[in-house]
Design a protein around this ligand. Structure first.
Ligand SMILES: Cc1cc2nc3c(=O)[nH]c(=O)nc-3n(C[C@H](O)[C@H](O)[C@H](O)COP(=O)(O)OP(=O)(O)OC[C@H]3O[C@@H](n4cnc5c(N)ncnc54)[C@H](O)[C@@H]3O)c2cc1C
Length: 374
């Protein structure tokens, strides 16, 4: 009976691949687990370019994987942060309606929040002003379960726990081929010093922005399957420290149809930034430049929340790229997390379109992947 080199191989060491490696190293004790990352270090792509918000779960359609894994992940994440000294703060947030005509949309988000167990409350104008005196609103949703965290510290923790439990992490190692073989899958690995192969009984594709390419390598027609990813950039502008004192928690506008709207975010050092906006990219390339010409559009969005901010108070900051399963203007899609048995790919799991709330959901996603396989 042929025996593969590894029992389990995870492709991609972002927060999701790391969470899976850490979780499986405990639940599948004794299994040989390989985690592959093409960059020099884990977590250098989307997982280090995001808002670092622990989402409470009010935005996602009830019953969707996004809603379920966000809410389950949120609670596990807070416990993980508390128990392991991972920097975080349950800072809370409000979603503000600035005019009467925004109230129906606010109500829709509120109802979703109730159904999803997001722990939200509706506030009137006076209650909103009492929390945030510089924000003008006719009403708001208060979310005490929203927080912020250091995603780097979270990834460091997942990495250490995986290594301690025997996971082999190979960095600077890109998967460039996936082939079905008698004992599972034969992976072609491209490293700085050449090409090699490794076989694995189980393969988990957590390759983020490039997860559709991995699925295609495994022989899936990604257009027919609805797995093709569109890159969608989200840029941020930071606000000068004097003005950052005007808010005390995260403040979001009423969401549009396609995204949450440019909102006010704090990092753990107390720095205020606004973003991310939405820019579908013409090509799927890792272009992390932030376009200075967005200044006026950002200023307009920022002033809807903090009217006293001037153009000279803001500066281009970071950006991240969302792996969107939908194209611009089309219906939002749920996470794809599938054991591809029905395509004849026993033991092959795809995670595709893991955009927000992917960080929040990461611990619950790991458990979900485990339960798909065993
Ligand atoms: C602007 C923005 C804001 C966001 N804000 C939040 C937020 O506040 N809260 C939240 O919960 N979520 C947020 N998200 C979503 C969150 O960042 C992602 O869902 C999460 O980081 C995805 O993690 P991942 O591990 O799937 O992907 P990634 O971090 O992209 O990791 C995938 C890894 O796979 C590797 N890889 C790719 N191809 C190969 C290959 N062939 N061989 C080997 N390795 C490969 C890559 O190098 C990469 O390291 C945000 C996302 C964006 C873009």
């Amino acid at each position: 009976m042929p025996r593969s080199d590894f029992d389990i191989t995870i492709i991609g060491a972002g927060v999701v691949g790391l969470a899976i490696a850490s979780y499986l190293s405990v639940r599948r004790k004794g299994a040989s687990i390989l985690l592959l990352e093409r960059n020099a270090k884990y977590g250098m792509e989307t997982s280090s370019r995001n808002s670092e918000v622990i989402h409470a779960g009010m935005y996602y359609e009830a019953g969707s994987l996004k809603a379920r894994l966000c809410v389950e992940g949120r609670d596990v994440l807070y416990a993980l942060c508390r128990e392991n000294g991972i920097a975080h703060r349950q800072i809370s947030k409000i979603i503000v309606a600035r005019a009467q005509n925004e109230l129906p949309k606010l109500e829709t988000v509120f109802k979703r929040g109730i159904v999803n167990s997001a722990g939200v409350r509706m506030l009137d104008r006076a209650e909103t002003l009492a929390l945030e005196p510089h924000v003008e609103a006719v009403a708001s949703i208060y979310s005490p379960l929203t927080g912020i965290l250091s995603v780097h510290e979270l990834m460091d923790w997942f990495y250490r726990s995986a290594i301690q439990n025997g996971v082999i992490v190979q960095q600077r190692c890109e998967v460039t081929g996936v082939e079905r073989c008698a004992d599972g899958y034969r992976l072609t690995l491209t490293e700085p010093d050449g090409e090699s192969t490794a076989t694995s009984e189980i393969v988990i594709n957590a390759a983020g922005l490039f997860s559709d390419r991995i699925a295609a390598m495994a022989g899936i027609d990604i257009d027919a399957a609805g797995y093709r990813i569109s890159f969608c950039k989200g840029s941020y502008f930071s606000v000068a420290s004097g003005k950052s004192k005007l808010l005390t928690r995260l403040v979001y506008p009423v969401p549009g149809n396609e995204f949450l709207g440019v909102h006010a975010l704090f990092d753990l050092a107390g720095r205020l930034r606004f973003g991310p906006d939405v820019e579908y990219m013409r090509e799927n390339v890792l272009d992390y430049s932030v376009d200075e010409s967005k200044r006026d559009a950002f200023l307009q969005s920022i002033r809807r929340i903090l009217p006293s901010v001037e153009s000279t108070d803001i500066a281009p900051d970071i950006c991240g790229i969302r792996p969107k399963l939908q194209t611009q203007g089309s219906q939002a899609r749920d996470f794809v997390i599938v054991h591809e048995k029905e395509r004849g790919l026993e033991g092959f799991v795809n995670l595709i379109g893991i955009e927000s709330p992917g960080v929040t959901a990461s611990p619950a996603t790991a458990q979900y992947v485990h339960d798909l396989l065993w």
